[in-house]
Design a binder for this molecule. Structure first.
Ligand code: ZN
Length: 217
């Protein structure tokens, strides 16, 4: 942990005197997980719901529930490395169908789907796998899909300073499919565009056409 509870380290760590490679250590928000307390609380919740936690099947469930949620809320730390855009690549870079796994903040039930994350490079480019890590960074916490989409877009706009950013997320919410409306198979699509992808109709169209094709396979 290099930045304590700071979710957005403000300065790039300079790893080279020539500034050829800039790296930013991205540290998830640090919350101490008290597994024992979570386990007790999970047991209490189950008993309050009329479940008998002494049966062989349910005996160890409070412990499993505590661990499962701890895992869902723990993003991995990673290093975000950017490189100078030496060849002046100025077309859309798009990573499609990045897996998304998050938990809705209203019911603490999972929502899962895919994200399409693209950017129009400015002076720096990014290791492609890092787009998936940024999605994970914001997904590993109680979320609403709209906010997750905006956070990924804004984070990239702030840290990469590209000419444009576009994010589309398609996800199925279990709070909608297994309870409530029980709308099985329904998914929710959200999008956020920044810079040229918001302001220029042709770029925006290109982004959504590519992202849409990914969604439809
Ligand atoms: Zn929900």
């Amino acid at each position: 942990m290099t930045s304590g509870t700071n979710d957005y380290p403000s300065a790039w760590a300079q790893t080279s005197a020539l500034d050829a490679r800039r790296a930013l250590r991205v540290v998830p928000p640090t919350a101490e997980v008290d597994l024992a307390a979570a386990e007790r609380a999970a047991g209490e919740l189950m008993r309050a719901l009329g479940l008998d936690t002494t049966t062989t099947g349910l005996q160890r469930t409070p412990q499993r529930v505590a661990r499962a949620y701890a895992e869902l809320f723990s993003a991995r730390e990673f290093e975000l490395t950017t490189f100078p855009n030496e060849e002046g690549y100025d077309e859309l870079v798009l990573a499609r169908r990045i897996p998304v796994r998050s938990v809705c903040e209203h019911h603490l039930l999972p929502f899962v789907g895919v994200a399409h994350v693209g950017y129009l490079p400015g002076s720096r480019i990014l290791g492609l796998s890092k787009l998936a890590r940024i999605v994970e960074h914001f997904a590993c916490r109680p979320q609403v899909q709209e906010r997750l989409t905006v956070q990924v877009a804004d984070w990239l706009a702030d840290h990469l300073e590209p000419k444009g950013v576009g994010v589309v997320i398609e996800a199925e919410h279990s709070c909608m499919t297994v309870r409530g409306a029980q709308a099985r198979g329904a998914d929710t699509v959200t999008s956020a565009v920044r810079g040229v992808l918001r302001d220029d109709a042709r770029s925006r169209q290109e982004f959504f056409a590519l992202a849409d094709r990914a969604g439809a396979h």
